[in-house]
Design a protein around this ligand. Structure first.
Ligand code: ATP
Length: 240
């Protein structure tokens, strides 16, 4: 059964019995300040103990020619997480020999984390932007995935969070008055889990913009963390 976010029950962090762990997957090509803003906002609102940033090995939906190597995307993710005590870079989708050549599906990654923490009382959230959630019906076994853990969907300019319900199959919705119904009126109760909406973040930054600026020889200062900027420049990433 799912737990509501702490503030909706008025439960303080100290009294919360379980570790709250968010899984934040992405291509991270490269990681940028939008990703960090999303993770920080979720950390605060849901009192998260750990946020695992999981660069995709070979992203099933976003593979493109000229993508930075897995090693570079993971390195940049690690650098960006370094100053944040609760941000953890993850090799969960690194694949054989950490080559980043294998395709991983979120449903399997969530199962992997849940198995690893089995019996510890950890509570899992899947963190993602509204653009990703609106495409969830294209993900492997997405109906199963929606029942594995709670979701935190973060608003993103240009995407309507009011339409999140439309991509969820009707049979997955909880019956009215279900015991785990969250107090947050914007949260969507599913049969076993809850989809929370976090609309306090509004970052226009995207990895596409970072790559486009590099391509045009424009500065990326301020839209990626300073050490990630340094890494991109040292390694001449995203230059033609
Ligand atoms: P690209 O521009 O290459 O498509 P991206 O900026 O969307 O990349 P990803 O690594 O694909 O970055 O995103 C990982 C996750 O972070 C996704 O769930 C995405 O929706 C979310 N995300 C990325 N940028 C933002 C943002 N500015 N606001 C909210 N969510 C975001």
């Amino acid at each position: 059964m799912s737990a509501a976010p702490p503030e909706s029950h008025g439960v303080s962090r100290e009294r919360a019995p379980e570790r709250r762990i968010a899984l934040f997957g992405g291509t991270f090509d490269p990681i940028h300040i939008g990703h960090l803003a999303v993770a920080s906002a979720a950390e605060r609102r849901f009192h998260l103990d750990e946020i695992h940033f999981i660069p995709a090995g070979r992203p099933p939906h976003k593979h493109r020619p000229g993508m930075a190597s897995f090693a570079d995307r993971y390195a940049m993710t690690s650098i960006a997480c370094a100053d944040h005590p609760r941000f953890v870079p993850s090799l969960a989708e690194a694949g054989a020999g950490q080559s980043g050549r294998d395709i991983f599906y979120s449903v399997d990654t969530v199962r992997h984390f849940k198995q690893k923490h089995h019996g510890t009382g950890a509570h899992f959230y899947f963190l993602l932007g509204a653009d990703s959630f609106l495409r969830i019906a294209t993900w492997k076994d997405y109906e199963t995935l929606l029942g594995l853990c709670d979701f935190i969907v973060v608003s993103r300019p240009g995407f309507n969070v009011d339409s999140l319900r439309l991509v969820i199959p009707p049979e997955l919705f909880a019956r009215r008055g279900a015991p785990h119904a969250p107090l947050d009126p914007r949260a969507i109760s599913l049969r076993r889990t809850v989809v929370y909406v976090l609309d306090t973040v509004s970052s226009h930054v995207s990895a596409t913009e970072v790559r486009d600026r590099m391509d045009r020889n424009d500065s990326i200062h301020g839209i990626v963390p300073p050490r990630v900027e340094e890494y991109i420049n040292k390694k001449a990433l995203y230059r033609r």
